[in-house]
Design a protein around this ligand. Sequence first.
Ligand code: HEC
Ligand code: HEC
Length: 368
Amino acid sequence: MRTLVGALALGLACSMAACSRTESPAPAAATPPIPAWEADNPITPLPDSPLGADIQLASLPNAPTPEQVRLGRWLFYDTRLSGDGSVSCATCHRPEHAFSEPTPHSTGIRGQAGGRKSPSFVNAAVTLYPNFFWDGRAQSLEEQALGPIANPIEMGATHESMVASIQKVGAYAPYFKQAFGSEEISKERVAQAIAAYEKTRMSGNSPVDRWRLNKDESAVPDQVKQGYELFFGKAACNQCHLGNNYTDSRFHNLGVGYDPRTKTFKDEGRSAISKDPADLGAFKTPTLRDVAKHAPYMHDGSVATLREVVELYDRGGEKNPNLDPKIKKLNLTPAEVDALVAFMEALSGEGYMDHAPKAFPQAERTGE
Ligand code: HEC
Ligand code: HEC
């Protein structure tokens, strides 16, 4: 306050004396130069949902702000969040693979292999029931984001060391202020910013959307239309892959990962969380949006192609005591198998694509 009054008085005195020179050089009128990392990751409005006017990000209960999304985009791609600076979220969730990856297992810090495939999270913001991870152990993207950071074989940091690493990058602080109102850096804010970015990764306007939603009959060939009929008819895939994102976000046992010799599952799946033995070997139904982008398939990446996925369903899954009763032999003809594959390939949409920012906030503070 005092400096403001002082500055006013000085200005007044000067104008009364009609001085032409000022005592000290006027503070450079030019605004500080925009740092490279800021130019490369500007604040942009929330994207329009490609899924239709009734599903808009801005109207979600926990809607992100554009400032949070910008901060989250840096954090998502920033390897400095990991224990040794080598792994970011995008190491295993790659934009060009619809934020999944093209390998059966994830490889985390120091080359350690995880036991599960990284799932795509496109359209997670508008999922029917918020269950995250293959076993549904997290209920929100915010809750989910803290998991991998402290997982010793994923990013291998602790929440405290991760917060400390970001604090060390002084230039991050102003963006926390922009996103959350103060410069405080906490694990909750990191999670919220990353979740904000993830929520903007929405996929739509696929050939199937253009046909079904926009009524453009020429958007897909007849084979895709036949696949659609099978998906919702004879093959009844929509018992579990339903709604806008082709998932019920519930848990089912298809027998993937069952060893008939030892009568055990490599991965117990949902039952480890629900403690219900009936959930042994059950995993969350994944979205089928952009599914063609991230073979191999299933929680363990054990099925190489979409054709082999359909063949698995055709033979009635892998027999085991907990097989979901909805999974039955389908008796599909080879042409029907092709049609289902063509249908799933036509679920590749647009709107979620991105790439890592070219530059990240660096250690110095700028633009105070
Ligand atoms: C080392 C690889 C790896 C890294 C790094 C990684 N993830 Fe994952 N992510 C996975 C795997 C594997 C799963 C599935 C794990 C499970 O179900 O138990 C997963 C699951 C998820 C899911 C749940 C998706 C769903 O539909 O259930 C989200 C969201 C996600 N990760 C976001 C992130 C974010 C955000 C980061 C960075 C903070 C991150 N991941 C870092 C491999 C990784
Ligand atoms: C009983 C529920 C159910 C039915 C019916 C069902 N699915 Fe699935 N689907 C799942 C579950 C659960 C998984 C993941 C299983 C796992 O990883 O162990 C899955 C996985 C998939 C995957 C792999 C996706 C990925 O990202 O790994 C594809 C593709 C798929 N299903 C397509 C189909 C098709 C095509 C049909 C119809 C022929 C069908 N599903 C019927 C529940 C179902």
